[in-house]
Design a protein around this ligand. Sequence first.
Ligand SMILES: Cc1ncc(C[n+]2csc(CCOP(=O)(O)OP(=O)(O)O)c2C)c(N)n1
Ligand SMILES: [Mg+2]
Length: 343
Amino acid sequence: MVAPVVTASQTTPDTKRVESDEQQELVDTTTAELAPLYRQMLAIRRMEEACAKAYSTGKIGGFLHLIIGQEAVCVGAIAAIENKDYVVATYREHGHAYAKGVAARPIMAELYGKKTGLVKGLGGSMHLFDKPTNFLGGYGIVGGHVPIAAGAAFASKYRGDGAVTLCFFGEGASTIGGFAEGLALAALWKLPVVLICENNQYSMGTPVYRSLAVEDVSLRALAHGMPRDRFDGDDVVKVKRRIAEAVERARTTGEPSLVEVVTYRFRGHSMSDPGLYRTKDEVEEWRRRDPLNRSRQRLLDLGFPESELNALEEDVKAEIEDAVKFAEDSPPADEYFPYVIKE
Ligand SMILES: Cc1ncc(C[n+]2csc(CCOP(=O)(O)OP(=O)(O)O)c2C)c(N)n1
Ligand SMILES: [Mg+2]
């Protein structure tokens, strides 16, 4: 399914949704499907809120990019794949790692720079990586990871392991050479990769309409004869269904897809960004579409008992508090020297 072509000349900064309220249809689901997705989104939200708190008290250093507001994209998309499949993401990747199966403890310890961290505390927020769950990073160079994802998909095709790679990136990455190269190779060699653009409306402080001549990133697929899709990312089940279509295509035919999910980050680009380039009204408008509130309400509408919802939320709170304590109590990372190769 593809939305009508929208070009920059037809859009204004106010027309960011793909579908209007009336067009937004409820996607069929059950509490059995939705409850675990809601739990994952909530855990990611709570984990990142804890990160922000630790950052502001100096316990986490370096850069810290939060995905708060965009949780439905990584959770929905990763719910559409299997354990053997790969995920490659940007520096805004704590949620992707968690959704792929990495526990909150090693993620939090990594951000704290502790020895028990996912990569021994030597990588930090932007460089999570975990072979056991096939989470292949965590990359700081905008768009530079798209060819890496194409490479992972090439390896799957070469080995015939039937795995699919999901590659997540922002709309800002679509202007980068690495993105064009990755897309070209994926299309030419029919690599089983799903390229997922998380269009959160901004590249640092630059709004989409000031950085892209054509705001519909999914249209780039046309130049490569690649299937494309574009939709709003508020509904985690919708994200799962639509990404599942692309995953199925990649798995059965080897054909890649470019999927753009329109979303929003509630906070600044990183912790050092107060986000003064956007109005309070704009942020409020998007907060009303919060994917977590939406899923919570849907669960209640589907008859999920409020007492169970409260228990689930308490469980998430305890999980994240435990992860923070684990990180705080862990020993600091080793010196870098043992990991430096000398020839
Ligand atoms: C090649 C490169 N150029 C510039 C930067 C600095 N930079 C970091 S994030 C970013 C914005 C990227 O925006 P987008 O791709 O939309 O992703 P988002 O941060 O919104 O998730 C920029 C310019 C970088 N890391 N790498
Ligand atoms: Mg962006």
